[in-house]
Each structure stands twice: as C-alpha cells, then as structure tokens.
Write a protein that binds this ligand. Structure first.
Ligand code: ATP
Length: 283
C-alpha cells in the first residue's frame, strides 16, 4: 500500500542572512505514515517539527532528502491537492464570519454553488460552529479559531491533514474538542500528521509517535510500545482491604525473581481532573 507520508533522510540547513552560523534544523529525519494513521511528532521548542512539516508541504526546500505525499514529491504542486494544513498561528480575516471564511477558502479550492454551500454546512457541523456561523472571527475564542482553522484545512476533502500545534493556546475543554475532531477524522479514514510539544494531548490521539530533539529523530514507535515499561506488570484492584494487600505482598515476597514495587491509589492526570471538575459545573 502506498504510504500517505514518506519523508526520507530529510536534512534542512538554514543559511545565515548576514553573518552568523548555519543552522542544522532537521538532521536525517525519516518518517513513514500509513494511510489512516494518526502520527504525532513531539519535541521541545525549536527541535525541527515545523520545519519538517513545511518541507513535507513543499513550503521549505530540503537541503537533502525527499518528502512524498501519496507517492508525489512535495516539491510538485499537485502533491498538495490531497493535503489540508493548519499552521501554528493561522491568520484569519477578523471581519469575516465563520461561514464567509470557509466560503473564501472553498472558492480558492475551486468549489462553487450548492457544492460549496453543502460543504460549508457539513464542516461547520463537524467543528461545532453552526451556531456561530454568522459571527465575525474577531469575536471568536482561541479554541473556536482553531476549529474554524481545522474546518478550513478540510475544505477540499483532503486525504491527509497536517496540524502544526492544533491546540496551542487553547484551554483543556477546547483541546478536548479538537482531540475529538481528530478522532472523527480518523474514523473517516483521513491520515493525520500533527506536531506538538504537549505530550498528553498526543498520547490520547496518536497511533504512532516520533520524538525529535535538536533536529534528530531520537525515538519512534507505536504509543503502547513506547510507553510500556517492559519489566513491570500493573494490577489495579477496587476496594482492596489492607489484609488483602498484605497477603499479595507476602506472595510476591515468596515468588522467585518478582519484586513488589509499590501500591497506592492510581492518580489521574491534572488535565483529566480539570476536565472532570469543570464539565460538572453549569456555565
Ligand atoms: N526560516 C528560518 N530561517 C532560519 N532559521 C529557522 C527558520 N525556520 C526555523 N528556523 C530555526 O530552525 C530550528 C527549528 O525550528 P522549528 O520551527 O522547525 O522548530 P519547532 O520544533 O517547530 O519549534 P516550536 O515548538 O517552537 O514551534 C529553530 O532553531 C528555528 O529558529
């Protein structure tokens, strides 16, 4: 099966504008993403995530290496026909309404008439902005702006969506909505390539993750494989009495090779606690 994304030994060196040193932003990075997969590229600020994405989109010319989208070289204009892109800081015309914004981008993609109208209606529904379709973007919250940005990226029914920090500056509830949207894209079989430096967001939505640091890919794999601690087993008990715990501990002490590491209450993440507490409260 043809890969949705194939980045092969990508190198990007930025030349200094006047004096100064060359900057190796991406160093021999290779990424392959299968159709329908949700892939997350994570790494600290300045590690080369956006540059990798821009090279894939043909917005940055590789110093060496190649990028392909469904087999087409990223430097060829037609490779972009299948791609939707949400940049890190999307710029929108604040005086346009949500609906006008999508109409603007839809027309740029060649959509017209009823097809365009239907597509706009469908996308506003998908990103939960039907009620705000006639409001100007100047009055949208950051989360709403990201969602209209996502709708814009989907206007031409792409097979691949590239999202650069889709939840940057968005509160946990807004982030949850964007995450749910990514799940919805996966259900539709759309390939998603996203980057973030927020690990928890990536953890929930991605099938596979790459960790990039100082331009180099340092780890890559399926999330379960990356996160499992190979030599440990987790048992979660409900309403366990202290006596039962003692009994188990005694059994473990008798067992050859096994070691009791810890017991205690499992913790939720701060993000989950925040979402649980705030979703209970009326506005
Ligand atoms: N057009 C450019 N000219 C010169 N240097 C650049 C350019 N674009 C990016 N860089 C540099 O390349 C390095 C990688 O930047 P990049 O934006 O790819 O990182 P990132 O991982 O996306 O960071 P962030 O999480 O902050 O968005 C940084 O040191 C950045 O300053």
């Amino acid at each position: 099966m043809e890969a949705a994304v194939e980045i092969d030994r990508l190198v990007k060196v930025f030349k200094p504008q006047l004096r100064g040193r060359e900057l190796l932003a991406v160093d021999q990075v290779s990424i392959t993403i299968a159709p329908g997969e949700v892939y997350g590229l994570i790494g600290p600020n300045g590690s080369g995530k956006s540059t990798t994405m821009k090279a894939l989109l043909g917005l940055v010319a590789p110093t060496s290496g190649t990028c392909r989208i469904f087999g087409a070289d990223s430097l060829a204009v037609d490779s972009r026909e299948q791609v939707g892109f949400l940049p890190e800081n999307p710029y929108f015309y604040k005086h346009l309404t949500g609906e006008e914004t999508l109409a603007f981008y839809g027309k740029l993609c060649g959509l017209r008439g009823q097809t365009l109208k239907d597509r706009i209606g469908e996308l506003l529904e998908l990103v939960d902005l039907t009620g705000a379709r006639d409001r100007r973007l100047g009055g949208y919250s950051k989360g709403m702006l990201q969602r209209i940005g996502l709708a814009q990226a989907l206007i031409q029914e792409p097979r691949l969506v590239i999202l650069d920090e889709p939840t940057a500056g968005v509160d946990p509830i807004g982030s949850r909505q964007i995450r749910d949207l990514i799940f919805a894209l996966r259900e539709r079989g759309i390939t998603v390539f996203l980057c973030s430096h927020l690990l928890e967001q990536v953890q929930e939505v991605c099938d596979r993750v790459g960790i990039i640091f100082r331009g180099k890919m340092v780890r890559e794999g399926r999330l379960e494989d990356l996160l499992s601690i190979e030599d440990q087993t987790e048992v979660v008990l409900k309403d366990a009495s202290p006596e039962l715990l003692e009994e188990i501990q005694r059994l473990v002490a008798q067992a050859e090779g096994a070691e009791w590491v810890r017991s205690g209450r499992p913790r939720t993440t701060l993000e989950r606690l925040f979402l649980r507490e705030t979703s209970r409260r009326p506005d």
